[in-house]
Ligand binder design. Structure first.
Ligand SMILES: [Zn+2]
Length: 382
C-alpha cells in the first residue's frame, strides 16, 4: 500500500529526495506534516492547509479515540472523509499523550492504563487496541504503540521502555491488517547503544517505515543530531524515516541533512496561535511594540495570503484586541513557512545545491530573530 521512491541522495550530505505514495495521495519528501490533533489543524480549513502546500497531516489517536470515538469516525466513512481532508493522514499511536496529558495510572507489558483528561474515565491502550483505532480511522500510516520516557531519564528506565517498545511493536505487527502501513518507533533515550539495539530489534520486524521517537525533548542539539546520524546509517535506504516532534527550522535542516524524510511538530500552529511567527529572518513576536506602526508584511519572502494582504501593524492589532482572525492568520503563515522550508530543501536537493541553500537559509534565519515572550516548547503534540 505504501510505495517509497528514493529519487536522489545528496552527494556531500546524507539528505534524500523522495516520493511517498499512500492510499490518499502522494507526498514529496522531505515533508513537514502539520498537526491536526483533534482532526483539525487548529484555526485552518483543509483548503487552507492544502494551499499552504501540505500534502499530509498528523492526527491524534488518543484524542480521536476519546472524542468523537473511532467507531463513529469509521461509520462516517473514515477520518479523511469525516474531516474533509481527502489526502494522506498519519496517526500517532496515542502513547505520547497517554504519558504527557492523561493521568497515567499504570504501565505493564499488557498496555498503558490511563484516565481521560476530559472526564476522568479509565481506559487501557494495548498494542492491539491502538491498531484497531488507527485502522478504524483509516490512517494512511499507523504508528506502533511505544513507551516514550521523558528527558532526562536513567539508563534502567530507558532500557525497560525500549524492551517494552519492541514487545509492543511485535504485537502491533501481529495485529495489523496487511494493507495498513505500520511504522515502528525507535526509543532508547540518549544512550547510543540502546538506540542501536532498538533500531535493530525493529528492523527484524521488516516494517514499511521507521520513526525516531523520544528526541527533541530538550536534550542538546548535538546529541539529537549525532543520534539521528547514527540511526539513519542503520536504517534501510528504501524505507522512509520520520523524526517525531522536530519543529525548529534549524533542527529540520540538520536532520534532513542526516537522512530524515518526514517531520511533524505543533510549533507552527501552537506558536501561531500565541503570536509568534517563523519568518525568513527569524522568529517575530507580533505583539511587540516595535510592530505597532510597521506596514511591512510579516515576511517579505513569503507569498501566503497573510503576507500578501496584511501588515505587521494590523496583525499586531488583531492580537492586542484578542480577535480570532489574528491566530488564524499567523497560523496560516507559519504552516506556509514550514512548507516553504521543506520545499526549499527538496528543490535544492534536486538541483544539487542543498549545502549552499541551507547555509544561506540559516544565515538569514538568525539575522533578526526576536526573543520569544514565552519559552518555545518543542514537543510532539498535546
Ligand atoms: Zn506568509
Amino acid at each position: 500500500m505504501l510505495k517509497f521512491e528514493l529519487l536522489k541522495t545528496d552527494g556531500p550530505t546524507s539528505a534524500r529526495l523522495g516520493r511517498l505514495t499512500l492510499p490518499h495521495g502522494t507526498v514529496n519528501t522531505p515533508c513537514f506534516m502539520p498537526v491536526g490533533t483533534q482532526g483539525t489543524v487548529k484555526t485552518l480549513t483543509p483548503a487552507d492547509v492544502a494551499e499552504a502546500g501540505a500534502e499530509i497531516i498528523v492526527c491524534n489517536t488518543y484524542h480521536l479515540y476519546l472524542r468523537p470515538g473511532h467507531n463513529r469516525v469509521k461509520s462516517a466513512g473514515g477520518l479523511a472523509r469525516f474531516i474533509g481532508w481527502n489526502r494522506p493522514i498519519l496517526t500517532d499511536s496515542g502513547g505520547f499523550q497517554v504519558y504527557s496529558l492523561a493521568a497515567l495510572t499504570r504501565v505493564t507489558d499488557e498496555g498503558a492504563e490511563f484516565q481521560s483528561h476530559i472526564d476522568g474515565s479509565r481506559h487501557v491502550f494495548t498494542p492491539e487496541l491502538v491498531i484497531e483505532i488507527q485502522q478504524a480511522l483509516g490512517s494512511d500510516i499507523a504508528m506502533c504503540l511505544d513507551e516514550c520516557p521523558p528527558y532526562p531519564v536513567g539508563r534502567d528506565l530507558a532500557e525497560s521502555a525500549l524492551a517494552r517498545t519492541t514487545l509492543w511493536a511485535g504485537r502491533c505487527k501481529a495485529a495489523v491488517l496487511p494493507e495498513t502501513n505500520l511504522f515502528g518507533i525507535i526509543q532508547g533515550a540518549t544512550y547510543p547503544d540502546l538506540r542501536r539495539r532498538s533500531a535493530l530489534e525493529l528492523l527484524a520486524l521488516d516494517l514499511p517505515g521507521y520513526a525516531i521517537g523520544g528526541l527533541c525533548l530538550g536534550e542538546p542539539s548535538d546529541v539529537t543530531y549525532d543520534l539521528v546520524a547514527e540511526l539513519t546509517a542503520l536504517l534501510p535506504a528504501n524505507r522512509p524515516r520520520y523524526l517525531m516532534g522536530a519543529g525548529y527550522p534549524e533542527d529540520i535542516i540538520a536532520a534532513a541533512e542526516r537522512g530524515v524524510d518526514m517531520f511533524d511538530c505543533v510549533l507552527p500552529t501552537r506558536n501561531g496561535r500565541t503570536g509568534t511567527a517563523f519568518t525568513t529572518a527569524g522568529r517575530v513576536v507580533i505583539k511587540n511594540a516595535k510592530h505597532a506602526d510597521d506596514m511591512s508584511p510579516l515576511d517579505e519572502a513569503c507569498d501566503c495570503y497573510t503576507c500578501r494582504t496584511f501588515s505587521r501593524a494590523y496583525l499586531r492589532h488583531l492580537f492586542i484586541a484578542g480577535e480570532a482572525l489574528g491566530p488564524r492568520l499567523l497560523t496560516l503563515h507559519n504552516v506556509s513557512f514550514f512548507q516553504r522550508l521543506v520545499a526549499g530543501i527538496r528543490q535544492s536537493l534536486a538541483e544539487g545545491r542543498f549545502r549552499q541553500w541551507s547555509a544561506t537559509f540559516l544565515d538569514g534565519y538568525g539575522s533578526a530573530a526576536e526573543p520569544a515572550e514565552n519559552p518555545v516548547v518543542n514537543v510532539t503534540q498535546t
